[in-house]
Design a protein. Structure first.
Length: 350
């Protein structure tokens, strides 16, 4: 499908500021296809090109016995309204939209957030767990809630989610308080707080816990921006160095090696060149074991085999230590040179 779109993109009408047609490479770059399973999005700055691309995709799908479902096919603008549709679109649980601002050269900025549907579905799932554990022990409720909270938060941790996480934590706390208060209608709020939300050293107050099990918060998950996968890379293309440095693991490769690759950003710690899948690599001790270095991961680095040989040779190279008693009586060291005392110029007082 992507190859068919690239063929189509080579012939689209795309001109520069002077009115000249751009090269086919720039035309291909201007049309973007983002695909996951059977969901995909086509992006272009010209609505005419988008409509033409839709026709091209429909023709391609017809060849394999498929078709676009009208109810799920949407054409929208990311900054302005289009045919009554609000700006932006939802894709894989995210809402992608642009907002007008004066702080950028383009006059807008793109924000990707969890979609309203995703937020609502997540809260309903949390509420369902509360309904099924009205009389369950605190530990049982925490065990059920934590995987749901961490999983949802990790999924959206690469986009603009901090405000949404804060809102979800507030709604979750209100639900927790109702859950705890209803269990003890004859007890005071102070008693309920002490029983279900005791203070924990090193964390926030008002967190559900039983002294051992602690409820996770959405805001506990840090926001880390997603780094786009390079080109047409695939975990099955054999480039294990790229995927090891990206995600820190790869089938058939030792965890120690993948961890070092990720830490070193896929570069040799000695020469600084990027590793390739065919390179011979070896794990090196930064401080040699013979000189008191330990065997922990902090004292290890990944090198090319020839770089490792060079470093080992430098580590083993020794120099004779200077012994003052070996110096003749009529000689003196000046600026790393051995000079006769009688040849040393006398300094005259000024």
């Amino acid at each position: 499908m992507e190859e068919r779109l690239n063929e189509f993109a080579k012939n689209i009408d795309l001109k520069d500021k002077k009115g000249n047609q751009k090269g086919w490479q720039n035309k291909i770059k201007s049309l973007n296809l983002i695909r996951y399973a059977d969901d995909f999005v086509i992006l272009h700055e010209d609505i005419k090109v988008v409509l033409q691309a839709k026709t091209v995709i429909q023709e391609w799908l017809n060849q394999v016995g498929l078709e676009l479902k009208p109810e799920k096919t949407k054409i929208a603008h990311t900054l302005e309204k289009y045919e009554g549709n609000k700006p932006g679109f939802d894709f894989l649980g995210f809402t992608i939209r642009q907002w007008k601002v004066k702080s950028t050269k383009q006059g807008f900025k793109t924000l990707i957030k969890p979609s309203s549907k995703s937020i609502k579905t997540h809260y309903q799932k949390l509420a369902g767990i509360f309904d099924k554990h009205k009389t369950a022990p605190t530990r049982a409720l925490i065990v059920k809630l934590n995987p749901v909270i961490r999983g949802w938060s990790n999924y959206f941790s690469t986009v603009v989610s901090k405000e949404v996480f804060s809102k979800m934590d507030m709604l979750l706390w209100k639900r927790l308080w109702r859950w705890a208060s209803r269990r003890h209608p004859n007890k005071s709020a102070k008693w309920v707080k002490k029983k279900y939300f005791p203070n924990i050293k090193g964390t926030r107050n008002w967190v559900l816990n039983d002294g051992e099990y602690i409820l996770s918060q959405h805001l506990d998950v840090p926001i880390v921006r997603h780094i786009k996968v390079r080109g047409n890379k695939s975990p099955y293309d054999g480039d294990w160095t790229y995927w090891s440095s990206r995600i820190g693991k790869h089938p058939g490769v030792r965890k120690e090696v993948t961890t070092l690759l990720k830490r070193q950003k896929n570069k040799c710690a000695f020469c600084g060149l990027t590793f390739s899948p065919t390179d011979l690599m070896e794990v090196d001790h930064i401080k040699p074991r013979s000189k008191g270095g330990d065997n922990t991961l902090k004292n290890k680095q990944l090198l090319h085999r020839h770089c490792h040989d060079t470093k080992t040779a430098l580590d083993n190279k020794t120099y004779p230590k200077f012994k003052p008693q070996d110096l003749p009586e009529n000689y003196i060291w000046i600026d790393d040179m051995l000079i006769l005392k009688q040849d040393v110029p006398m300094k005259r007082d000024v």
